[in-house]
Ligand binder design. Structure first.
Ligand SMILES: [Zn+2]
Length: 324
């Protein structure tokens, strides 16, 4: 599902919400009328008052203002009586009026032709769900990425510590997310398990979704098993995972190399990486535990040289944070 489908789903939801609330308000009114006959009578009279406005207009210009004033005063009076009647019966005065969730747009999603923040927010939330990351996006953010968990002891044979290396990676990822656009470079995050690759990719995904981009997150094992299944069961072309992998404005492939041996893996990865980069010019983030030698052994030289040559490579260093 892409951006357009998400907007459609959300607009439909707003429409239903409005309709449901109007229906519920009408039911509450029917309930009141059944319980309070004097209220029903009053509402009938209010209906007559509204109709007499039109009658007053048809009587011509002469004395029109006065006639209208009298009717308006009568309407005000009826409105007041109605509120008093409701309160006396133990109901809030607005018991049977429709109450939109958003007072700015009355659940239409638009104010003065511009999309209301409430609808924008809901489209973003739908994007989170649709991205396949769900809860990850709430948990793994830039503001809770803890650099102090990385050791500040120099790496053997190097002049920097894991923390220094990670500070620089963190900054690069944050900059990448802040400036994210469809022409952003693709990223290859390399490094052992538990070093924060998923955390930072999730934070970058969230930034892209917040900017309104269509983001798809898949672990490579999941992507492959779904693609394998599709080869035999081609029924729903629109939900095709391979198609979504090519079309998503930002694709995140997590855990490249974690899949079990598959003949499909190298060609699928090659196609996705090649099509997205060379043909569509769309950014991709790939996370892997494999070092370049293992990547080449598993996916061949074509995939590996493309990844190392055209992706911005970030080497995550340190020891598994989950064990500390
Ligand atoms: Zn609103």
């Amino acid at each position: 599902m892409g951006k357009r489908e998400i907007s459609e789903i959300v607009s439909r939801r707003f429409e239903e919400r409005r309709r449901d609330e109007e229906l519920a308000a009408r039911q509450r009114r029917a309930e009141l009328h059944a319980k309070l006959p004097e209220l029903a009578a009053l509402d009938r009279e209010r209906g007559t008052a509204a109709a007499s406005l039109l009658g007053a207009v048809f009587q011509g210009q002469d004395g029109l203002e006065d006639r209208l004033d009298t009717i308006r005063a009568r309407q005000q009076d009826l409105k007041k009586q109605r509120a008093e009647l409701l309160i006396a019966a133990g109901y809030p005065a607005d018991y049977d009026t429709a109450k939109p969730r958003c007072s700015k747009c009355a659940d239409t999603g638009f104010v003065d032709g511009k999309m209301c923040p409430c609808m924008k927010r809901e489209i973003v939330m739908e994007g989170y769900r649709e991205s396949g990351m769900g809860k990850l996006l709430e948990r793994q953010r830039f503001d809770n990425f803890d650099l102090s968990r990385y050791s500040d002891a120099l790496l053997p044979g190097k002049s920097f510590s894991p923390r220094q290396a990670m500070e620089s990676i963190y900054r690069d990822c944050l900059d990448w997310a802040t400036d994210f656009s469809l022409s952003s470079p693709s990223l290859l995050l390399i490094g052992g398990t538990g070093l924060g690759k998923t955390h930072l990719s999730s934070a970058m995904a969230k930034a892209a979704i917040d900017k309104g981009f269509d983001v798809l997150y898949l672990s490579v094992p999941t992507a492959l098993s779904r693609a394998e299944k599709e080869r035999f069961d081609k029924e729903d072309e629109t939900e095709s995972v391979t198609r979504r992998m090519l079309e998503a404005e930002l694709l995140i492939l997590d855990d490249l190399g974690a899949e079990s041996a598959s003949a499909l893996a190298p060609s699928l990865i090659y196609t996705v990486v090649n099509e997205r980069a060379a043909v569509l010019g769309l950014p991709t983030i790939i996370n892997t535990n494999l070092d370049p030698q293992h990547l080449e052994r598993k996916y061949g030289a074509a995939v590996t040289s493309r990844l190392l040559g055209e992706f911005l490579v970030m080497h995550f260093v340190g020891s598994d944070l989950r064990l500390n």
